[in-house]
Write a protein that binds this ligand. Sequence first.
Ligand code: HEC
Length: 472
Amino acid sequence: MSTRQILRRQFRAASIASRVSAGSMASAVAGVLLFAAPLSAQTAAQPGVTFTKDVAPILQRSCVTCHRPGQSAPMSLRTYEDVRPWARSIKTRVSAREMPPWHIDRNVGIQEFKNNLALPDADIATIARWVDAGAPRGNPADMPPQREFSSGDEWAIGKPDLVVRFPAYHVPAAGPDLFPTIVAPTGLTEDRYIKAIETRPVGINSRRVVHHAITTMVSGGGDGAPLSPDADGANAQFIVEYASGKAPEVYPENSGVLLKAGSSLSLGNHLHSVGEEIDAQVEVGFQLYPKGVTPKYIRYSTHHGDPTPNANDSLDIPAGSVARVDGYTLHTKPGKIIAWQPHMHIRGKYQCLELIYPGNPSNVMKRETINCANWDYNWHSVYNYQDHVAPLVPAGTVIHIVSWHDNTAANRNNPDPQNWVGYGDRTIDEMGFSWIGWIDLTPEEYEKEMADRAANRNKPPTATQQQQQQQQ
Ligand code: HEC
């Protein structure tokens, strides 16, 4: 038996002892440490990591939102009994930073986000130490009360002011991917501005087949006749994209998206058969500004950096290779980027958002990489910037999106590394662009924000910023 196995046994014994008496825990651990020469200094310095005292609070804060019955994750992580069989897998996933799902590259660009799910290094170390010590339960009296959630069915944005539910669409047990366009009236009789928005498949079965859903606002169409859902069309405005695993969108204070009186929503749905007949249904919930209130800033969310120079033909991914594609979008007006959401399909690997600023007097282009993110097709995450770091974009800036696709066998999602892949709507075809949440600024507003930020740069962070940083 190795020293490690012996230690694990000892720790288990310690955790059983602790159920009898909390005090005996410390002495049992101390006893182990006395003869445990090979134990690393780090572990030795922090004896007695237990589930109830150290690990449960982390899981409650960062995991049970999804890992509880009736939610998207495959298993519950609420109690010691739930968690114990998964201990190894948990260590692997959190150490690789695959869980919680947060794929921003931590070594590049901005790290302050409103919806940051990443675990702090200290929490990952605690989980690893706990697993290495044999995953002891610890003193039941240390167990924090279970976090309360209202019901399995609540909206993450809170109670919506308006819910638009689209008619159900039948998905056969087997067949090619389906791309229906489904229309439903908003029922609004006056213009309203959206504060927060959440798209969700209705019920567990719909969640299994809805790959993504793009909601566009169309004028008219309430009679069921769909207008063109082209986001750039004169009569259509892109509202929101849902994709599996996506969190809701909450717009920054004083900003919103217009939802017009008499408009309808057009849903570009992408459905995937799963071996069982399912009637898939999607609904969109809105929180709205009060009647008659127009927010100061209007938010857009648009496609950026679609592949160039030959549009989608530029997506050229030979069998067995990792290919790069670049896309560029020119912005003639100043503005602010408030959210970034990479979009690729199953061969997606990594994407970067870069700004190429207009030429300065020495005519040298200045480039700045704003962020890069790993891509996991299970997770279409939107990264919402904290207000004080949301990238400011001067007029004349080119937004540059770089996407890498992995068409090798090393990509565990790759269904067929033997084949060339190009652009297409199907999951097994590719895309490479970003949705960017954007606010236009006047030149004066842009100058003022730049000056304010420069003035604040050397000031100590505010209480809220400090708090947000501690949570990261
Ligand atoms: C936003 C929802 C969400 C959060 C938050 C989340 N998970 Fe997950 N987790 C999932 C889903 C969905 C899956 C299955 C799909 C996948 O693997 O990506 C999963 C898979 C896993 C797996 C692999 C399970 C298997 O079948 O092998 C582990 C382990 C895991 N999560 C641990 C954690 C831990 C630990 C945390 C918190 C530190 C966490 N997760 C936070 C949704 C979440």
